[in-house]
Design a protein around this ligand. Structure first.
Ligand SMILES: *[C@@H]1O[C@H](CO)[C@@H](O)[C@H](O)[C@H]1NC(C)=O
Ligand SMILES: *[C@@H]1O[C@H](CO)[C@@H](O)[C@H](O)[C@H]1NC(C)=O
Ligand SMILES: *[C@@H]1O[C@H](CO)[C@@H](O)[C@H](O)[C@H]1NC(C)=O
Ligand SMILES: *[C@@H]1O[C@H](CO)[C@@H](O)[C@H](O)[C@H]1NC(C)=O
Ligand SMILES: *[C@@H]1O[C@H](CO)[C@@H](O)[C@H](O)[C@H]1NC(C)=O
Ligand SMILES: *[C@@H]1O[C@H](CO)[C@@H](O)[C@H](O)[C@H]1NC(C)=O
Ligand SMILES: *[C@@H]1O[C@H](CO)[C@@H](O)[C@H](O)[C@H]1NC(C)=O
Ligand SMILES: *[C@@H]1O[C@H](CO)[C@@H](O)[C@H](O)[C@H]1NC(C)=O
Ligand SMILES: *[C@@H]1O[C@H](CO)[C@@H](O)[C@H](O)[C@H]1NC(C)=O
Ligand SMILES: *[C@@H]1O[C@H](CO)[C@@H](O)[C@H](O)[C@H]1NC(C)=O
Ligand SMILES: *[C@@H]1O[C@H](CO)[C@@H](O)[C@H](O)[C@H]1NC(C)=O
Ligand SMILES: *[C@@H]1O[C@H](CO)[C@@H](O)[C@H](O)[C@H]1NC(C)=O
Length: 525
């Protein structure tokens, strides 16, 4: 026995050392928000490594839920959370993603009276990057007495760095318990494109009797399925046989989901299911997409036929559908949102020729989210985040620097053009308590016109990278402890009159040029 224990301890030790918000070998990122006292753990239920959120946000306060909300069957992820009492927008910054790849995002919320006030927030907004994902309305999930919510979205990420932001809309303090990312195969969920994301409204697994919400260990994408079992409404069918894989499967439903199905109690009856439109404040009539999953679980004899018409709101959508043969999987889906109405009702009605009633194994419903808002030009955004981190700038520097306009970072201005992403054009960090040297990242802000770093405690020399900034016309470095010489590139710009440099109270190209006549001559400010 002893050697086995050693192996286990070594394994856990290794995973702790590797703990960070970096993707694991499957590309999974699993963050337990507000986790303290340890950096990571392997979840008993999923065997996945969960890490603390400490490294990916610099605001908010960690909390544990009240002890009375601990439940043995509940995932450990929800025991702690991070709450954001300050600022309109607070974000997590996820790095090391694969630009252009499709990801499943999942955010989990469990209030659990963490603040002792017994007053969950009514609602706040959730964004992926600069695009609205959903309102988190705790009363939508009010039937869950613990005020638990779980939301998923499928989006193509535009860059290798993506932020997930909580926006306070006046409905109480936003908080979050868990944040998970699962990379998807590009061919999966073809309705999700660079312009359109999918907000998962429901994944319903029919006929599974054991639990209400299930994740399957063999699901390569770790999705969440609700189960729906009601023996008074439907007859339930299950199999323990394997349901065959499908080449070029667009949806890859887990095996267990396809191993259960329902069929009408009355062999001549039909199957009905549906959902109500859930308007969002910024989208009163969202468009919906659905995927219906089928697998034949009954070995049919030669003359048997299972054929049915699939209609939505009494309009025929897929007439004469026959599930692929025994233990094969099939699905139907729409590529463009259904006409916008207040409720959506599918019916599966037997055709005249059928000998067997309809079946269905599962369905998924999505509302579309547009992902066409464009954030700050990525190199600018990345430079601004590096600068923020280096100088520990407080202010409201959260989320995207320039977008939306109403949340532009204090002390900087941006330019907005219709056909291209916003650019950072001016920065005034005068008297902001900056320490250390001048970040070379300023040199990556290629559209910068004005830079004021006066009256700080900056030391070292002026980085040569600043001379790369073709649009820069004014730079104020006075009131610091800089030394070294003015880089020759900058000197040249000063001499040809295209740049004003102020150091130590001297402003204007003439003075500076005189002073820097010999580029190698050291100067002090
Ligand atoms: C939450 O509980 C864990 C384990 O008991 C503890 O280590 C951690 O410090 C607590 N977190 C907070 C914010 O109190
Ligand atoms: C939250 O949901 C409830 C119930 O559907 C609704 O009455 C309320 O208006 C919603 N609040 C917001 C802010 O969307
Ligand atoms: C329900 O759970 C039991 C025990 O874990 C298991 O044996 C059974 O196969 C499950 N049934 C279904 C339909 O998942
Ligand atoms: C089954 O459905 C048919 C047609 O809808 C109906 O006439 C019949 O009474 C139903 N049988 C039962 C047992 O409900
Ligand atoms: C399907 O059958 C139900 C009754 O079982 C009926 O009300 C409905 O109109 C039928 N739908 C279509 C599209 O034929
Ligand atoms: C099924 O759909 C076909 C084609 O739309 C239609 O001709 C037929 O009447 C439908 N059958 C039933 C029972 O609704
Ligand atoms: C129903 O069966 C008849 C006779 O075999 C055939 O002509 C017809 O095409 C079938 N209809 C459907 C929808 O399969
Ligand atoms: C940004 O623009 C506003 C309005 O033009 C101006 O008052 C402010 O000084 C500018 N800030 C910077 C950092 O350039
Ligand atoms: C620059 O920032 C300083 C310190 O915050 C402020 O006093 C000054 O008005 C700002 N200047 C501009 C042009 O925005
Ligand atoms: C300025 O920087 C120097 C050297 O790093 C440091 O000793 C000093 O405390 C700093 N002053 C302020 C006000 O931060
Ligand atoms: C410039 O200052 C840094 C520390 O602030 C020091 O290490 C360096 O030697 C100084 N260089 C010159 C040329 O004075
Ligand atoms: C930089 O900011 C300081 C403080 O607000 C101001 O006095 C100075 O004129 C600014 N420099 C330039 C070049 O605008």
């Amino acid at each position: 026995m002893a050697p086995r224990w050693w192996l286990l301890i070594l394994f856990l030790g290794g995973s702790v050392l590797q703990a960070s918000s970096q993707p694991n070998s499957r590309g999974f990122i699993s963050i337990d928000c507000g986790l303290m006292g340890e950096e990571s753990y392997v979840d008993d239920e999923t065997n996945l490594l969960y890490v603390s959120d400490a490294g990916i946000t610099d605001t908010g306060t960690p909390y544990n839920i009240s002890a009375e909300y601990y439940r043995p069957w509940r995932s450990r992820n929800v025991r702690s959370l991070r709450s954001f009492p300050d600022g309109a927008r607070n974000c997590y910054t996820l790095r090391s993603l694969v630009s252009g790849l499709k990801y499943l995002f999942r955010a989990t919320f469990l209030y659990g009276n963490y603040d002792g006030l017994n007053k969950p927030p009514t609602s706040f907004d959730l964004y992926i990057g600069v695009n609205f994902w959903t309102v988190v309305n705790m009363s939508w999930w009010g039937s869950d007495q613990d005020n638990r919510a779980e939301v998923e979205a499928i989006v193509v990420v535009p860059h290798d760095l993506v932020q997930v932001c909580l926006v306070n809309t006046g409905g109480g303090t936003p908080f979050i318990s868990g944040l998970e990312l699962r990379p998807l195969k590009m061919s999966l969920y073809p309705q999700a494109t660079a312009e359109l994301g999918l907000f998962v409204r429901r994944r319903q697994n029919f006929g599974a009797i054991n639990e209400t919400i299930i994740r399957f260990p063999d699901d390569p994408y770790d999705r969440i399925w609700d189960t729906w079992s009601d023996a008074t409404m439907w007859a339930e069918m299950t199999t323990t046989e394997r349901v065959n894989r499908l080449d070029g499967d667009y949806f890859e439903a887990p095996m267990a989901v396809l191993q259960t199905a329902i069929t009408p109690l009355n062999a001549s009856g039909s199957i009905k299911f549906g959902w109500d439109a859930e308007p969002q404040p910024n989208n009163l009539s969202p468009g919906y997409l659905a995927v219906l999953h089928f697998a034949e679980l009954q070995l049919l004899d030669g003359d048997a036929l299972r054929q049915f018409n699939i209609s939505l709101n009494d309009e025929s959508r897929f007439p004469g559908y026959t599930p692929p043969g025994y233990l094969n999987r099939g699905y139907v889906y729409n590529s463009f949102p259904y006409p916008r109405v207040s409720s959506y009702d599918f019916s599966l009605n037997a055709t005249a020729n059928t000998t067997l009633p309809p079946i269905i194994n599962a369905y998924e419903v999505f509302s579309v989210i547009t992902t066409t808002n464009v954030g700050t030009e990525p190199q600018d955004a990345s430079a601004a985040m590096t600068i923020k981190a280096k100088y520990k700038v407080q202010k409201n520097w959260m989320g995207d620097p320039c977008f939306p306009k109403t949340m532009t970072w204090d002390s900087l201005n941006c330019s907005y053009a219709t056909a291209s992403p916003p650019r950072i054009t001016s920065i005034n960090l005068s008297s902001s308590g900056l320490n250390g040297d001048i970040s070379s990242s300023f040199g990556n802000l290629k559209a910068l016109e004005y830079l004021n770093l006066s009256n700080n405690n900056l030391t070292g020399s002026i980085p040569d990278s600043l001379s790369q900034l073709q649009s820069l016309t004014d730079i104020d470095l006075s009131g610091n402890q800089l030394n070294g010489s003015i880089p020759s590139g900058l000197l040249k710009r000063i001499q040809d009159g295209s740049l004003n440099l102020r150091i130590n109270g001297q402003y204007g190209h003439n003075k500076a040029a005189e002073r820097g006549g010999n580029a190698n001559e050291p100067w002090r400010s």
